[in-house]
Design a protein around this ligand. Structure first.
Ligand code: ADP
Length: 499
């Protein structure tokens, strides 16, 4: 029998990627293609769903060819994707009736405000774990039905289907035979009741969405279907699907309540496993489904920081006090401390747990003794402080301290930042060897369903540590710094609201 591998499809916001993993969780090959971003109006962001399919299927074939394999070598396909993005297609033509409306798209913001004013906030939060925001799928789907000519009538006649990107890819992989999504993606639509685990009639009627449009909701790890494209000669099971943040949580093997992951990219994305309990946040975090495996749902708390690594980009491209991001570590450690300088990177407002769209960046505590190195250090510390604020909010909601934080994303290369994070959290920060945790998570979910990996324990034993950072500062020292940070945050808040 030929050797088998898992093909993981990572359909992101700017590129489609495909990675092949072997049985030990090692990457065998990878292919990636960017696709077009459409900005038809300020605040609007669209993708061409056909281009998403063509780039995704071509990188899948490329990754297989690069590894010198054929479809027969692929045990299963896992899919992880940009979440919330909406595709609506016609069942007769199998063509999208409009460009995909991307999660970043703000066109339905004012409609969301009217929903809030009409008092729907607590009902929506209770059922979906989400806050009312244009970010989620529901209002984007409604927009397409309301604005594309003839769409509403077709939808009422059962001629249109809705899907997030995972759903669209499954539909294309099966040549229109299967219309399904996984439960993590469903939990981001604002149409799905995360407690009853079903599409919610009250929400469907609020948004005027015919139930026939919606995909069947599957577990994150189960054989959903097999491929029917000419792309591969053999029929390959599609058996693992999860939204990108959830896949990363699984790829990081954050399996116990209190284990969380942070991705330090342009922004910072935090997800914390809360086990079988859907915790309603008192601190402006989202409650979401982490995964469903073997009939059991795990829940998570989620919070995002808008400016993470982007603060370093700004030092490089805006302020021009560094040439490259990698230089920040040496500069930050070239000074003994931040010399009283605090940098709140609220360059586009503040995300969780503040949610202040009028906050703006602030560098406070400057003196004539301040050097560029202090500002660089304060920027890195500012990333760490923001992440600590979200983790502390999660700990408050959970009523217990987090166990350890597992990290990924481009900025985790920075050892100073990782050490500082561990100090602030007073807990271990753990950097794994494989940083492709999103693709790995989808691969694990897929391989688990087909028996490629026997059980989660077998997968857990593969997880390899690169480096663990443990606290070096005392709780008192950290407490003082957190106090100063919160003073600085206070000065950055509500800044842009005054003319
Ligand atoms: P994304 O997926 O959002 O594009 P990545 O995970 O590729 O982001 O991470 C890139 C981000 O990490 C950039 O914002 C960059 O400034 C930051 N970054 C990269 N290397 C370092 C470093 N050594 N120290 C601090 N930040 C870094």
């Amino acid at each position: 029998m030929s050797k088998k591998y898992i093909l993981s499809l990572d359909q992101g916001t700017t590129s489609s990627r495909a990675l092949i993993f072997d049985h030990s969780g090692r990457i065998i090959s990878m292919a990636q293609k960017d696709f077009t971003q459409f900005f038809p109006q300020p605040g609007w962001v669209e993708h061409d769903a056909n281009e998403i399919w063509s780039t995704q299927s071509s990188v899948a074939a490329e990754a297989v060819a690069k590894a010198n394999l054929s479809g027969d070598n692929i045990e299963a396909i896992g899919i992880t994707n940009q979440r919330e993005t909406v595709v609506v297609w016609d069942v007769d033509t199998q063509q999208p009736i409009h460009k995909a409306i991307v999660w970043q798209d703000r066109r339905t913001s004012s409609y969301c405000e009217t929903l809030k004013q009409a008092g729907h906030e607590s009902m929506i939060r209770d059922k979906t774990g989400l806050v009312i925001d244009a970010y989620f799928s529901a209002t984007k789907l409604k927009w397409i039905l309301d604005n594309v000519e003839g769409a509403r009538e077709k939808a009422n006649n059962g001629k249109l289907k809705f899907g997030t990107i995972d759903s669209w890819l499954i539909y294309k992989f099966t040549r229109g035979r299967v219309h399904a999504t996984d439960i993590t993606n469903a939990s981001r639509t604002m149409l799905f009741n995360i407690h009853t685990q079903s599409w919610d009639e009250e929400l469907l009627s609020l948004f005027d969405i015919p139930a026939e449009m919606l995909p069947e909701v599957k577990q994150s790890s189960e054989i959903i279907t097999t491929t029917a494209t000419t792309l591969f000669s053999s029929k390959i099971p599609i058996s693992g699907v999860a939204g990108d943040q959830q896949a990363a949580l699984f790829g990081q093997m954050c399996l116990e309540p209190g284990m969380g992951k942070t991705t330090y990219g342009t922004g910072c994305f935090l997800v914390m496993n809360t086990g079988n309990e859907a915790i309603q946040s008192e601190n402006n975090l989202l409650t979401t489904i982490a995964w469903k495996i073997d009939g059991k749902v795990s829940y998570a708390l989620e919070g995002s920081v808008f400016i993470g690594g982007a603060a370093i980009q700004w030092l490089r491209d805006g302020l021009r006090i560094i040439h490259e991001a990698v230089a920040t570590e040496a500069l930050a450690t070239s000074v003994d401390d931040n010399d009283g300088v605090y940098f709140v990177p609220a360059l586009t407002g503040l995300g969780a747990p503040y949610w202040d769209q009028f906050a703006r960046g602030a560098i406070v505590g400057l003196t004539r003794g301040t050097k560029a190195a202090h500002i660089v250090r304060a920027a890195l510390e500012g990333i760490g402080f923001q992440v600590a604020d979200v983790i502390h909010a999660m700990e408050q909601d959970m009523g217990s301290k987090s166990k350890e934080l597992r990290v990924d994303g481009g900025a985790v290369a920075n050892n100073f930042l990782m050490q500082f994070q561990s100090d602030l959290l007073q807990s271990d920060v753990v950097r794994p060897k494989v940083l492709e945790t999103t693709a790995l998570g989808a691969a694990y979910l897929a391989g688990l369903a087909t028996g490629y990996w026997k059980n989660i324990d077998e997968i857990k034993s593969q997880w390899q540590l690169d480096r663990k950072f443990s606290p070096q500062l005392s709780a008192d020292e950290v407490g003082d710094m957190m106090d100063r940070w919160h003073d600085a945050v206070g000065r950055s808040r509500n800044w842009a609201s005054k003319k």
